[in-house]
Design a protein around this ligand. Sequence first.
Ligand code: NAP
Length: 247
Amino acid sequence: MTTRILLLGGTGDALSIARTLGPQHVYSLAGLGRVPADLACAVRVGGFGGAEGLARFLADENIALVFDATHPYAAQISANAARACEVAQVQYWALRRAPWQPQPGDDWRMVSGWGGVVEAIMPFSRPLFTLGREPLAHLNEVPEHQHWTIRCLEAHPGHARARVIDARGPFTSEGERALFTEARIDVVVSKNSGGAATEAKLAVAREMGLPVVMMQRPPLPDAQREFASVQEAIGALDDYIKRSFHA
Ligand code: NAP
């Protein structure tokens, strides 16, 4: 019986899981970020060509289980994976990181899509964007009364009214406090990613009385098994591999 696992990644959590997989398993990345060179498992980079392409890959590569550890806002690949697993009759498991919950004192403004972000930040002048590269596509749309600070994984020169900081978490409260103060931030724009690595910005926004414009999470497909933590996921995959080995 095959025990081959395809791990869909692109997050720090996925990398932690990939580090536990042996050479017969495959770790798959879209190809936008760093590709680790020190893993025991195979690494493949680039899309599959939609759900159909992924279903073909699963059959050709004799995959028995797809583990989805992609980012909660990477909804396309998750939808493709669920569909492909159904077609290829392969198990679909997923890490579903719990969303952050607003705490007393928080002023969260829920929006959906880029249009919602633009509208919600209109009353403010110094937004900090912490939602990936999307604002880079709108650098020529900074309103006259605003200066944007954009933190993402990509280096970019920005311009007079847009500064781009390329930085990778985890971020500390001290660091966030220093950035918010120095850049005179008056509103924070975020995805509800969950997890500890980038949570400090929310605590500091609360402490400084700043509103947070929060993008709604996209809907994700149900998985046969869902895990809330990396440790749980690693334990279950380990059990699965041992059980399959002895079957
Ligand atoms: P997406 O919209 O869900 O996916 C777009 C396409 O990228 C997919 O249809 C697929 O191409 C390819 N793809 C995505 N993840 C892949 C993977 N792990 N392995 C192989 N192909 C993959 O994804 P996205 O929002 O652009 O995010 C891209 C990657 O960055 C994801 O792996 C995600 O985990 C990571 N990431 C995303 C965010 C975010 O906020 N969206 C944040 C941090 C990290 P095909 O259809 O050709 O197969």
